[in-house]
Ligand binder design. Structure first.
Ligand code: DAT
Ligand code: MG
Length: 154
């Protein structure tokens, strides 16, 4: 394990589920070589979402964001790997899909900020907070992927 092996919290938003692109998005994290550590399929409560997005509570779009996130089921996940937080954000693209490059998840698969299909932690500290918020410790699964030595040189 490298010093920069870290975990990121990724959540597929209700539009990803409703549009049938959950598999396409998960495929990208799998194909990259990241390790799936935890995953759920659930309706998120208003209370949980308000905690998750607490830093945005004062923003004008906050009520709409909380409503959107309760429009259907979400898929919270934990992915692990070398620089998983930073690389995960690169894979997501920008907050606004219109500013996201082709090849990124938001650049390829969505159009508007208010329907940007996926969440990803923006720092290692945020990832820790978000993982604690969405998962109990026993829900994080410990195993060694069989492809490990083919993804990492050391
Ligand atoms: P990100 O999801 O890229 O980390 P963020 O943490 O700044 O972006 O905001 C969380 C979500 O809130 C974002 O995915 C979509 C929504 N949002 C952010 N800025 C917005 C804006 N200016 N108008 C509408 N929704 C916005
Ligand atoms: Mg964010």
């Amino acid at each position: 394990m490298s010093a920069n092996t870290e975990r990121t919290f990724i959540m597929l938003k209700p539009d990803a589920v409703q549009r049938g692109i959950v598999g396409e998005i998960i495929r990208r994290f799998e194909a990259k070589g990241f390790k799936l550590v935890a995953m759920k399929f659930m309706m998120a409560s208003e209370d949980l979402l308000k905690k998750h997005y607490a830093d945005l509570a004062a923003r004008p779009f906050f009520p709409g964001l909380i409503k959107y996130m309760q429009m259907g089921p979400v898929v919270p996940m934990v992915w692990e790997g070398l620089n998983a937080v930073k690389t995960g954000r690169v894979m997501l693209g920008e907050t606004n899909p219109a500013e996201s490059k082709p090849g990124t998840i938001r650049g390829d698969l969505c159009i508007q900020t208010g329907r940007n299909i996926i969440h990803g932690s923006d720092s290692v500290e945020t990832a820790k907070r978000e993982i604690d918020l969405w998962f109990r410790p026993e829900e994080l699964v410990d195993y060694k992927p069989s492809q490990y030595e083919w993804v990492y040189e050391n």
